[in-house]
Design a protein around this ligand. Structure first.
Ligand SMILES: [Zn+2]
Length: 329
């Protein structure tokens, strides 16, 4: 990639993990002298027969996790990464496993680190399914994520993102032959999130409703409803033998859902307490951050995201959190 790409990727720091941006920059800067093929941008992890998680590598080259489910008569993909080159590797991996058509890609939410490979999957034959708000947000709210003045390159990328073909604001069941896949709207992360459950494999693809040992990006979040969603997931009867695929971090268990619930709960409790003490803005962040770090400072990207999270949490508790507004078709 060229210099303009490097500038664009620096802005991506607003959206995806700084480690991912650093890795991408390193890859770009060394590409002129390196000819050896790079390692896979993600680790393909089998969960059950025909059920796979694609977990972003430690360098963050894919931008997020993804996954896919092979049924009797086709394949359903969950999320498409930030880097379309990683999406092409995913398709090649699917092709090594099955010749069945790739029929669907489900976007768990609109953030570019989960949908920027959609065009590659659509070209491979997939219908794009998303929450109805994603159709209204994918080319607009994604610009907001890149700061006040997105570069022309980022603006061009975002405004060219495909719009979903099928939008839902209620549960949807997809049948891949005998294999049932349940797609459900959930609240908390953006206001337009879907989770994807494969009941016969006791697997739930959570998108960014779940972060495993990685500090979350809550720029669009509503922690109150997010905590309710996590509690519902944990109260499901088979939660203890369910595999949860998070949007970021490794394949997870109910214990990891519980840990993430505790992370958000601690965030809310600390900010609430310091607001009660009369603190706000920078003084509140300075007061809460050391204690927050004592509890969760070992989570990935904590140093980058935690101060932002404290600020967003204060906005939410003060009733002034900016969140994307639901759209009417
Ligand atoms: Zn994400």
């Amino acid at each position: 990639m060229r210099q303009s790409s490097i500038a664009a990727l620096r802005l991506v720091g607003m959206l995806i993990r700084p480690a991912a941006v650093a890795a991408a920059l390193l890859a770009i800067q060394s590409s002129a002298t390196t000819v050896a093929p790079a390692a896979d941008p993600f680790t393909l992890t089998p969960i059950a027969p025909g059920v796979y998680a694609a977990i972003d590598g430690p360098a963050g080259r894919s931008g997020s996790n993804a996954g896919f489910v092979i049924g009797d008569d086709g394949v359903l993909v969950i999320d498409s990464f930030f880097d379309p080159e990683a999406t092409k590797v995913l398709i090649a991996d699917i092709r090594k496993l099955t010749p069945k058509p790739i029929r669907y890609v489900v976007n768990t939410h609109y953030h570019a680190d989960h949908v920027a490979g959609d065009a590659v999957l659509r070209a491979a034959g997939a219908i794009i399914i998303a929450h109805r708000n994603v159709r209204g947000w994918v080319r607009t709210e994604n610009l907001h994520l890149f700061g006040a003045h997105p570069s022309p390159r980022i603006a061009a990328m975002v405004t060219a993102l495909p719009l979903p073909d099928v939008t839902i604001d209620h549960d949807l069941t997809i049948w891949l032959g005998k294999r049932k896949i349940l797609i459900q709207p959930v609240l908390g992360h953006t206001g337009g999130d879907l989770i994807v459950t494969v009941p016969d494999a006791k697997t739930v693809y959570c998108g960014d409703i779940l972060w495993r040992h990685v500090s979350p990006n809550i720029i669009d979040g509503d922690v109150a409803s997010w905590l309710s969603t996590l509690a519902e997931m944990l109260h499901a009867t088979d939660a203890s033998d369910t595999t949860f695929v998070p949007g970021h971090g490794g394949v997870a268990t109910a214990r990891d859902v519980f840990d993430f619930q505790r992370y958000l709960g601690d965030l809310r409790a600390l900010v609430s307490r310091d607001r009660d003490r009369g603190l706000s803005a920078k003084a509140l962040i300075d007061a809460a951050l050391p204690e927050f770090a004592q509890l969760h400072g070992d989570w990935g990207s904590f140093a980058y995201f935690a101060p932002l999270e404290l600020g967003y949490m204060e906005d939410e508790l003060a009733g002034r959190k900016r969140r994307p507004q639901s759209v009417v078709d």
